[in-house]
Write a protein that binds this ligand. Structure first.
Ligand code: NAD
Ligand code: UDP
Length: 401
């Protein structure tokens, strides 16, 4: 049986848009509802798509700490069970293997839509699937939010600015994206997702929050995901050549994961008429060559720098203007690059050393536990009012039907 529908006449619980900004850009609410207290999501049932990924797993952890029940939905394309293994014993946590390009029927109070490969290597591996998860995934999650009349937050990206002609990037900048290049599956997919979010907001008065995430790093990044921070640290720890694409003069701004998650949590707490988009990132800007030198120095590595061709459409510079986040969320990053790198280096050291073996043994046990838990959640019907998930085969049948 599909989950019961709320009647259209029932009042929305929270965060359903009231006033709609003309272009949805840089709209500033008069009051910030951020309370800065622990347990702000106490008793809420929150869906995190992409919850087994790098950012998603940290978000699940933080939301559980805030007293929420968390339903993590992931198809494990780039995410790992090990990222959420430590959460499986928490009675407020539930993991569901599901592809968000398929419809999902669950009962929750808010959605954080993070499902999508984020590293260029991963999102270019199957570009059509990347566009599908960005667009069809957004449509499915927006449809779920519309049925339940609940707020939904989109993990968008600085890639919507493409190779920016404006620096630093403000939310009102419309970007400079090549629509037919190798990055387009991600950039245009995410841009279309933003369009869908704002159309659902205007057409269906849905409460939306669009967060434009700039390069974020930290523990639980995939060691082989090809992103610059993980690549450089892993190469440095193995004393292998550090691969710089191009001359290394291109810039990026690196945000530590804890800061990013704090921004997401604060954004979800904003009043119902605040949609964003809002930039969340660290405005400290570094060339890629500088990053390589810092990583070599911090790891004490014997690695040498080697140069490789610059990938097509690689943005030359990227730095967020975070004035809107400061003003509306009272948010700014707290973790300096070297402090964040120290924690990330120590994570990868553990992964590459004996810790990795323990990790692999642990992963095997975690997989068994995960299968047991997923099996349980499919077999048992949850009590009224708790998170309920439809088995995948039923969801497939709904699509087919
Ligand atoms: P990640 O690859 O670690 O996580 C993405 C998660 O989504 C993975 O667990 C993956 O298995 C899951 N997923 C992919 N396709 C799916 C599908 N069809 N159905 C269900 N799950 C699916 O990447 P991340 O760095 O954690 O990024 C999370 C989100 O944040 C993404 O939407 C990404 O676009 C956005 N973002 C991240 C960054 C960053 O620097 N990390 C920057 C900008 C935007
Ligand atoms: N990069 C690099 N060496 C690497 C990986 C990436 O020089 O081993 C460069 C890449 O060309 C880009 C920057 O680092 O200019 C950031 O790349 P990443 O893939 O981390 O993120 P994005 O390009 O999406 O910002």
């Amino acid at each position: 049986m599909p989950a019961p529908r709320r009647t259209h006449g029932s009042p929305p619980d929270a965060l359903v848009g009231e006033s709609i900004p003309a272009q949805g850009v840089a709209y500033t609410p008069s009051v910030v509802s951020w309370r800065g207290k622990a347990q702000m999501f106490g008793g809420k049932r929150l869906l995190v798509t992409g919850g087994a990924g790098f950012l998603g797993s940290h978000l699940c952890e933080r939301l559980l700490d805030e007293g929420a029940e968390v339903l993590c939905v992931d198809n494990y394309f780039t995410g790992r069970r090990a990222n959420i293994a430590h959460l499986l014993s928490n009675p407020n946590f539930e993991a569901l293997r599901h592809d968000v390009t398929m419809p999902l029927f669950v009962e929750v109070d808010a959605i954080f839509n993070f499902a999508c490969p984020a590293s260029p290597v991963h999102y270019q591996f199957d570009p059509v699937a990347t566009t599908k998860v960005s667009v069809n995934g957004a449509i499915n999650m927006l449809g779920l939010a519309k049925r339940l009349k609940i707020p939904i937050l989109q993990a968008s990206t600085s890639e919507v600015y493409g190779d920016p002609a404006m620096h630093p990037q403000v939310e009102a900048y419309w970007g400079n994206v090549n629509p037919i290049g190798p990055r387009a599956c991600y950039d245009e997919g995410k841009r279309c997702a933003e369009t869908l979010f704002f159309d659902y907001h205007r057409q269906h008065r849905l409460g939306i929050k669009v967060m434009r995430i700039f390069n974020t790093y930290g523990p639980r990044m995939h060691p082989n995901d090809g992103r610059v921070v993980s690549n450089f640290i892993v190469q440095a720890l193995k004393n292998e050549a550090i691969s710089i694409y191009g001359d290394g003069s291109q810039t990026r701004s690196f945000c530590y994961v804890d800061d990013l998650i704090d921004g997401a949590v604060r954004l979800m707490q904003t009043p119902k008429d605040f949609t964003g988009p809002v930039n969340i990132g660290n405005p400290g800007e570094f060339t890629i060559l500088q990053l390589a030198e810092i990583v070599i120095e911090m790891t004490g590595s014997r690695s040498q720098i080697t140069r490789h061709p610059l990938p097509q459409d690689d943005p030359k510079q990227r730095c967020p203007d975070i004035s809107l986040a400061k003003q509306t969320l009272g948010w700014e990053p707290k973790v300096a690059l070297r402090d964040g790198l120290a924690k990330t280096i120590s994570y990868f050291e553990d992964l590459l050393s004996g810790g990795a073996q323990t990790d692999r043994r642990q992963q095997r046990l975690d997989v068994q536990e995960m299968h047991r838990q997923i099996g349980e959640s499919f077999r048992t019907s949850a009590p009224e009012g708790s998170i309920r998930a439809k088995p995948l085969r039923q969801a497939r049948r709904s699509v087919a039907g």
